[in-house]
Design a protein around this ligand. Structure first.
Ligand SMILES: Cc1cc2nc3c(=O)[nH]c(=O)nc-3n(C[C@H](O)[C@H](O)[C@H](O)COP(=O)(O)O)c2cc1C
Length: 364
């Protein structure tokens, strides 16, 4: 197909799923989960009012209790959580949408307050510099984590498998493995956080092993065409770094390409200003390595999104803050209408304000 003819409103088949447009709602943590890390009773309204997106990806959701690192994030490891998510998937499906669950384990980006007093776990005992997390008692600095023993790693993989099975029971259309933004799988992948000497550290093949084993376990539950993976090559959030990101992420992306996944979801790095030139880690670098469906994210607006699709560099574009503030973003883009402005004060925690009260064009 001539990609010049494609725009945000061109439908796309993703395996057997029909996406009615190319606009993806990016995963957005909102920290409004209720008692027992059950999704908020307002979540069905929040997500279903955005069902005009071609695909919704949920906020990061812990596959096991040990994977939590921030207050009031939802889980998918208890029956009550599965029941809570069913209300969300039902509402989204009734509104004609598709919804994948983003599964995460935060690794070192946690605090003993979430872990019954235990230390967070990570590939290596390296503390993230300058990173704090909100706990029930307010903002607390994150301590140095404990390195996972090799024989604990099968439990991590099993937790993702269990979370994926529960997501299926909750009626999702698929799952996205969170391999981005400095959480556990990214901590294993990048050499700034992984100094292990077992089969999960050292070479690129070893550092990518946990990510790939998790993806394979989840694909075992769902079929690979219902599994996406999110990566953030060159991302520095959560004090991440890698000495050779093109090589590290190039290897991971080529390995993922062999698995015939639903999609690969890349957060493209911001271009740094000043004297430190960064290697190209945009879709331009990765597209030739990945023949499957590619989602790009980070700082896209209508014009840049259409341009990246027309250039053939991506198949779908995810919007974070714009979907957060505009439930009818698809309609607004179609009409080239003005957008609501996102309010960072209400991103995390709180109630309905800034969650389910951003007006649609019609309401405004
Ligand atoms: C409030 C907020 C919460 C976020 N939570 C998540 C998350 O749970 N998982 C994730 O992978 N990215 C998360 N992100 C990153 C977004 O998915 C997205 O990559 C980022 O906002 C850049 O895209 P944008 O410029 O379109 O907003 C979050 C971003 C924001 C603003």
């Amino acid at each position: 197909m001539d990609t010049q003819a494609i725009d945000l409103f061109t439908p796309l088949m993703m395996g057997k799923l029909h996406l009615k447009n190319r606009m993806v709602m990016a995963p957005l943590t909102r920290s409004r989960a209720e008692q027992g890390n059950v999704p908020s009773s307002m979540a069905a309204t929040y997500y279903s009012s955005r069902a005009s997106a071609g695909l919704i990806i949920t906020e990061a959701t812990q596959a096991s209790a040990g994977g939590q690192g921030y207050i009031a994030t939802p889980g998918i490891h208890t029956d009550a959580q599965v029941e809570g998510w069913k209300k969300v998937t039902d509402a989204v499906h009734r509104a004609g949408g598709l919804i994948f669950m983003q599964l995460w384990h935060v690794g070192r980006i946690s605090h003993p307050d979430f872990l019954n007093g235990a230390l967070p776990v990570a590939p290596s005992a390296i503390a993230p510099r300058g990173v704090s997390t909100y706990t029930a008692d307010g903002l607390k600095p994150i301590p140095a984590p404990r390195a996972l023993e090799t024989d604990e790693i099968p439990d991590i993989i099993q937790a993702f498998r269990h979370g994926a099975a529960n997501a299926k029971a909750a009626g999702f259309d698929g799952v996205e493995v969170h391999g981005a933004n400095g959480y556990l799988l990214d901590q294993f992948l990048e050499d700034g956080t992984n100094q292990r000497t077992d089969q999960y550290g050292g070479s690129i093949e070893n550092r990518a092993r946990l990510l790939l084993e998790v993806v394979d376990a989840v694909a075992d539950v769902w079929g690979s065409d219902r599994v996406g993976v999110r990566l953030s090559p060159g991302g520095t959030f959560n004090d991440m770094c890698d000495c050779n990101p093109q090589e590290t992420f190039g290897y991971a992306v080529r390995q993922l390409a062999t698995r015939k996944l639903a999609y690969l979801h890349l957060i493209e790095p911001a271009q740094p200003q000043g004297e430190h030139p960064m290697p190209d880690l945009s879709a331009r670098f990765f597209r030739p390595l990945y023949p499957g469906i590619l989602i790009v994210a980070s700082g896209y607006n209508r014009e840049r999104a259409n341009a990246v699709l027309k250039a053939g560099l991506a198949d779908l574009v995810a919007f974070g803050q714009l979907f957060l503030a505009n439930p009818d973003l698809v309609d607004r883009f179609r009409k080239n209408a003005p957008l609501n402005t996102p309010d960072p004060q209400t991103f995390y925690g709180g109630g309905a304000q800034g969650y389910i009260d951003y007006p649609t064009l019609d309401a405004a």
